[in-house]
Design a protein around this ligand. Structure first.
Ligand code: SF4
Ligand code: SF4
Length: 205
């Protein structure tokens, strides 16, 4: 007969000694966020079977704190605060690569968009405040001109963040290749664009 294993010495309950998140017990958390995200995004993500195709194709996964498939699972488990305060929802560029690769046709990009809106509505701490400023400047440009005037967006973004020299080399290359319009042009249907902002917009200025 094998001798009994030595008892590990502890100074108290194990969970007091670690920063690791407590295990989630099904049924313990509120699922109302998941239900609202499903309804507002028009996407039923309960058919996700964690194949990870979305995360494998995501070009920004390295900068995320949770891969998209993990974020979905956290949402299903009712981890509202962790989801709404995650970097993932702000790092997501809405490129739709995940949505197009999902075998269950789950529109993850739409879910991320809904989560960003809800994070702001609920006053959640924004994990990437500079990305939020960038989003706001893009919206502002769309509202003013009906299209994204890249040079103006970058100028206003830098004024707000004071990160004058970041991405400078990329900006100069784009200028040299005439990829940046110096003077913004406005679409003809600017009144219709303004109506859309009045009806649905939040941050365009
Ligand atoms: S690709 Fe679709 S089914 Fe697979 S993990 Fe991602 S969301 Fe879930
Ligand atoms: S939409 Fe967002 S989560 Fe999906 S692949 Fe693009 S960056 Fe990644």
């Amino acid at each position: 007969m094998n001798p009994p294993l030595p008892q590990e010495k502890t100074d108290g309950p194990i969970h007091e000694k670690t920063d690791a998140p407590m295990p989630i017990k099904p049924g313990e958390r509120d699922r109302s966020l998941a239900a609202e995200v499903r309804s507002r995004s028009g996407t039923n993500f309960n058919c996700c079977f964690q194949c990870r195709s979305c995360g494998n194709g995501c070009p920004f996964i390295q900068a995320m704190d949770y891969p998209p498939n993990v974020l979905l699972r956290m949402l299903q488990y009712g981890m509202d605060r962790e989801v709404l305060e995650s970097k993932t929802i702000w790092v997501c560029a809405g490129c739709h690569t995940c949505s197009s690769q999902c075998p269950m046709a789950i529109d993850l990009a739409g879910v991320m968009n809904t989560l960003r809106i809800m994070a702001m509505e609920r006053g959640a701490a924004v994990a990437k405040p500079n990305i939020l400023k960038f989003h706001e400047e893009v919206l502002g440009s769309l509202r003013r001109y009906g299209r994204a005037h890249k040079l103006g967006i970058m100028w206003r973004y830098k004024l707000r963040t004071r990160r004058w020299f970041s991405d400078m080399d990329t900006g100069l290359k784009m200028l040299a290749k005439r990829k940046l319009e110096l003077i913004p042009s406005r679409v003809k249907a600017i009144k219709e664009i303004e109506d859309l902002f009045q009806r649905y917009g939040r941050n365009g200025k």
